[in-house]
Design a protein around this ligand. Structure first.
Ligand code: 13P
Length: 248
């Protein structure tokens, strides 16, 4: 009942020409099927060019961040409508790098989730605990708290996607075990059932992110509550990303 979503977060990588080479490499290696959506999230500067290249391909375009206001004197910021204008369907919001390096808090992230929905795009709300929080036994309460705060005062919608990205698994080569991922995803789905109904929660897609590789995707996708992946490093390699998209 949930269409899988495999998303590549290119982070701060690729010039425009590198982005086009990468997306051509992906397009040349994958065959899209109805049971899964594939998304690439290039840096802002490459969105327009990649969006043009993707036209008619079935592969979708997303952004890595957004500002919550629609327009105005916000030097350096990018509005939701600008992303929509270049063809973005999804926007990653609240990535742990935004939280940790750029100081975004739950309230700012909540404003972004609303702004993305209001602009008719789908937010991918990222949540995840640090290693210190996990070792202290606080992983579930931290993640549940981030989900609740991110969705505060927002009406239930299945346009929402949540990505569980344990901070200790990002860029480290250490993937959460399928059982850790499944456990946390089930906890997130329980929160979503309070946000809406159990039926609403069953329609919302939960992605896992953190060192997803061609050799770990199959077992992650076999978990009942893992509906896709948010892929960082491995999404910069067309062959590896194509294999992840073609998970079994
Ligand atoms: P890696 O796949 O490089 O660990 O990055 C995960 C991530 O942060 C995706 O948003």
């Amino acid at each position: 009942m949930r269409t899988a979503l495999i998303a590549g977060n290119w982070k701060m990588h690729t010039t425009v020409s590198e982005a086009l080479t990468l997306v051509d490499g992906v397009l040349g290696r994958i065959t899209l099927s109805d049971d899964r959506e594939v998304l690439v999230c290039p840096p802002f500067t490459a969105l327009h060019a990649v969006g043009e290249r993707l036209r008619g391909s079935g592969l979708m375009l997303g952004a890595q961040d957004v500002h919550h206001e629609a327009k105005g004197a916000y030097t350096g910021a990018i509005a939701p409508g600008m992303l929509r204008d270049v063809g973005c369907r999804y926007v990653i919001v609240g990535h742990s790098e935004r939280r940790q390096i750029f100081g975004e808090d739950d309230a700012a992230i909540n404003r972004k989730v609303r702004a993305v929905l209001a602009a008719g795009m789908r937010p991918i709300l990222c949540v995840g605990e640090t290693i210190t929080q996990r070792e202290a036994g606080d992983a579930a309460s931290v993640v549940v708290g981030q989900v609740r705060a991110g969705l505060a005062d927002i009406a239930t919608t299945d346009a929402l996607v949540i990505a569980y990205e344990p901070v200790w698994a990002i860029g480290t080569g250490v993937t959460a075990t399928p059982s850790d991922a499944q456990q946390m995803h089930a906890a997130i789905r329980a929160v979503l059932a309070e946000w809406g109904t159990a039926g609403d929660a069953a329609r919302i897609r939960l992605l896992y992110g953190g060192s997803v590789k061609p050799d770990t995707i199959d077992e992650l996708m076999a978990c009942p509550d893992v509906d896709g992946a948010l892929v960082g490093g491995a999404s910069l390699q067309p062959e590896g990303f194509a294999r992840i998209v073609q998970y079994r």
